[in-house]
Design a protein around this ligand. Structure first.
Ligand code: TSJ
Length: 630
């Protein structure tokens, strides 16, 4: 019987998923669990893309189950005629069945996700589907790839929607770990990309819930990313269009900042490797502004054409396309391949920009003038570099005067401590091992690189000192092999101000020397908060939790004196060495960039102009900064 053979194939398929989960969800760690949640959420997002769903709620329960609930139409509960099995059951138990039984307009499938919900079933200890539809509540249970009950009506409801609750299988994932910050970040991103959609995330164990809803969609996204940067025009630019079922949305804000922050999405997937939508956008933006500038005589006869890189300096943009049949390419499937998309994006951009600028000519002029300015700065910087290079003096004799260098000339063994404040700098100089540890004290507030233009930055003494001390150069003059120290350690007070200084410095590294961050050369020193003396023993503790634990342990053992360090400056050179600089005892946190978009958001918000928001963000993300999971 054909049916029996089909059954056997189904069992083999799902067994294959359990034998090699990595093939389907990448890993069996935190990101694998994340993948399962995304796989389920994607179904609700598809329903929202079709315009049928306005609310999605994701709940992580204390026992590690996850519930995803939406208010869409409810999954179809009818029979699949060919097999005589309910379509819902087929989708949940058959590999790659998704898509065959529905006719959704957009699919997230084919990208990072799209492995199908049967994979989630295969990797769950149990999974319950509840559908509200036709006035009824339907329910069916599954687990480890199989069905555990028949689809049955268990009640009535006036509402419609779908709820799935599942428990990631501990046989596969071991002790399940959720990353709430990652989950929150992704859900927030989805709420921006699907303007108006309400997404709620609940962490039941912690009693915390978050609501994400952005009526302004990607324009709000761009506003958030551009917050704190100097705007070149007052109102963010929004462009949208549709052709042959492919929808294009672009939001742009030009700023005086030095970096280019363009993020491209296809069907809600962050296409970090770009693709045709991004190339279409870039080339047509350059062409349009050059044509426009010539026509309006903003670009003079003698002016060269604007370069794309000069136009995009300081640009914050989101490109989001929704396409019925996406082709995702590359190893990580994060590059959009559909060739027709480039000209589609280009046409829509040209058309709409010309409409926009005909009623806002001042905007176009400001953008073009900013680009000219960027071009001039780029040429001036390159000229200055060539001059210096000719003198051959950039990396040796021009080392900053404040730098107390180490005697080792081997970068692999050398460390640079960047220390805030002269007094801490002094202690560090005295306490260090001068053989391999160099000290660069910084005076006063570090310049906010998010706000200042390139010219102002390169004019700043502290920034210049850091760049020369590090030795690599920046931007197109960057060369990793010139790095003078393989460990660059930021050392600041263990309080809110210290955290702020760390963030400013990290922003600097992230924007100018990102390769160093990406290659694991940037660290933050964690100075102790408390010095505790019991009898003759001195112990250093790094947090209130450690202090409490220590107190409990030593309750009975006589006198204890506790000193709280207000700052690094309070430590004498020996204390500073013992606690924060000695490789045997110190705690260094490696700075890592996890998701460029997330890092961008963290920095933009931290550096933003809204002080209240910034403070909240520092506290809310304090774990992020101290664990440096940027
Ligand atoms: F697949 C799943 F079980 F994982 C799942 C599906 C999980 C969750 C949380 C939601 C969903 C889901 C599916 N939400 N909404 C839908 N919609 C449909 O599947 C649907 C509804 C109606 C019709 C129709 O033509 O009437 C068609 C489809 C595909």
């Amino acid at each position: 019987m054909v049916y029996e053979a089909d059954q056997i194939k189904v069992l083999e398929d799902l067994e294959a998923v359990r034998v090699r989960p990595g093939m389907y969800i990448g890993s069996t760690g935190q990101s694998g669990v994340m993948h399962l949640i995304e796989e389920i959420v994607d179904n609700s997002i598809d329903e929202a893309l079709g315009g049928y769903c306005t609310e999605i709620r994701v709940t992580v329960h204390p026992d590690n189950r996850v519930t995803v609930e939406d208010n869409g139409r409810g999954m179809p509960v009818g029979m699949h005629t060919e097999s005589g099995i309910p379509a819902l059951e087929l989708v949940m138990t058959t590999l790659h069945a998704g898509g065959k039984f529905d006719n959704k307009s957009y699919h997230v499938s084919g990208g990072l996700h799209g492995v199908g919900v049967s994979v989630v079933n295969a990797l769950s200890e149990h999974l319950v589907v509840e559908v509200r539809r036709n006035g009824n509540v339907y329910r069916q249970e599954f687990g480890r790839g199989l069905k555990r009950s028949e689809l049955e009506i268990v009640g009535t409801s006036k509402k419609t929607g779908t709820t799935v609750t599942f428990l990631p299988d501990s046989e596969i994932f071991g002790e399940v770990q959720y990353s709430f910050s990652k989950l929150a970040h992704r859900l927030k991103e989805l709420s921006y990309l699907n303007g108006g959609l309400l997404i709620i995330l609940e962490n039941e164990a912690a009693g915390v819930s978050r609501r994400y809803q952005h009526k302004g969609g990607i324009v709000s996204f761009v506003k958030e990313l551009a917050d704190g940067k100097e705007p070149v025009h007052p109102k963010a630019i929004f462009i949208e269009g549709e052709e042959d079922g492919t929808a294009v949305e672009i939001a742009m804000q030009f700023t005086g900042s030095y970096d280019e922050s363009i993020f491209a999405f296809a069907n809600n997937i962050n296409t970090v490797d770009g693709g045709t939508h991004l190339t279409g956008f870039k080339s047509s933006l350059t062409k349009f502004l050059n044509d426009y500038g010539r026509e309006k005589k903003i670009l003079k006869k003698d002016d060269e054409n604007l370069r794309g890189e000069d136009i995009r300096e300081g640009l914050v943009a989101i490109i989001s396309i929704k396409i019925p049949n996406p082709e995702f390419e590359g190893q990580t499937k994060t590059k959009l391949g559909n060739p027709e998309v480039a000209s589609l994006v280009s046409n829509i951009l040209q058309e709409q920009l010309s409409v926009r600028f005909s009623s806002n000519p001042g905007e176009a002029r400001a953008i073009i003038e900013k680009s000219l300015q960027a071009g001039k700065a780029r040429m001036a910087a390159s000229k200055a570099r060539k001059m210096v290079r000719r003198k051959g003096a950039l990396f040796t004799s021009t080392l900053p005067g404040k730098l107390a260098d180490c005697s080792s000339r081997d970068p692999k063994k050398s460390e640079l401590f960047i220390v805030e404040g002269d007094s801490a700098g002094g202690s560090a100089k005295q306490g260090r091992d001068r053989g391999f540890q160099a000290i660069l004290p910084l005076r006063g507030k570090v310049l906010n690189v998010e706000k200042a233009g390139l010219a102002k930055l390169l004019d700043n003494a502290e920034i210049k000192a850091m760049i020369t001390a590090v030795g690599t150069g920046i931007r197109d003059d960057f060369a990793l092999e010139r790095l003078r120290y393989h460990k660059l350690v930021i050392m600041a007070d263990a309080d809110v101000d210290g955290a702020h200084i760390c963030t400013l410095l990290l922003t600097f590294f992230y924007r100018f020397l990102r390769t160093l961050v990406e290659n694991g050369h940037v660290y933050i020193a964690k100075p102790p908060l408390y010095q505790v003396k019991v009898g003759r023993d001195t112990t250093y503790l790094f947090s209130d939790e450690e202090l409490n634990a220590f107190r409990e342990q030593h309750n009975s053992k006589g006198k204890m004196s506790v000193k709280r360090f207000k700052g690094l400056g309070e430590m004498n050179p020996k204390e500073l060495w013992d606690t924060t600089m000695d490789p045997e005892h110190r705690v260094l946190k490696l700075v890592e960039v996890r998701d460029p978009l997330e890092a961008d958001e963290v920095f933009s918000t931290l550096m933003g102009s809204d002080v209240g928001l910034r403070r909240d963000f520092i506290w809310e993300n304090s774990d992020k900064i101290t664990t440096l999971d940027i």
